[in-house]
Design a protein around this ligand. Structure first.
Ligand SMILES: [Cu+2]
Length: 100
């Protein structure tokens, strides 16, 4: 909850997600973005050739995933791991999208 992201409707936002392999229990995380859609641009710097809109993508252990989020839906939204135990353990944040 230390993350305080604020966007405006219409913003197109590049977000880099790193799955730190040096955690207690390293594993892949399906990262889910509420209320908006995104493209996976690259994984570990390798460009994704199959650009399709998603709301969830796997971030492999030790990998960096770059996404491009299309902030179209005003409100307060969550970004979180879709494994319920991870969400319960706090692998989530809230971000705000304001009306433009
Ligand atoms: Cu997870």
């Amino acid at each position: 909850m230390d993350i305080d992201w604020r966007f405006s409707a219409g913003d197109v936002v590049k977000i880099r997600i790193f799955n730190n392999p040096e955690t207690l229990h390293p594993m892949n995380h399906p990262i889910h973005l509420h209320g908006q859609r995104y493209l996976v641009l690259a994984i570990d710097g390798a460009r994704n050739q199959n650009l399709v809109w998603k709301d969830t993508a796997i971030v492999p252990v030790g990998s960096v995933v770059d996404i491009l989020a299309d902030m179209t839906n005003p409100g307060e939204w969550m970004l979180h791991c879709h494994i319920n135990e991870h969400l319960q353990a706090g692998m989530m944040t809230v971000f705000t999208v304001s009306e433009r």
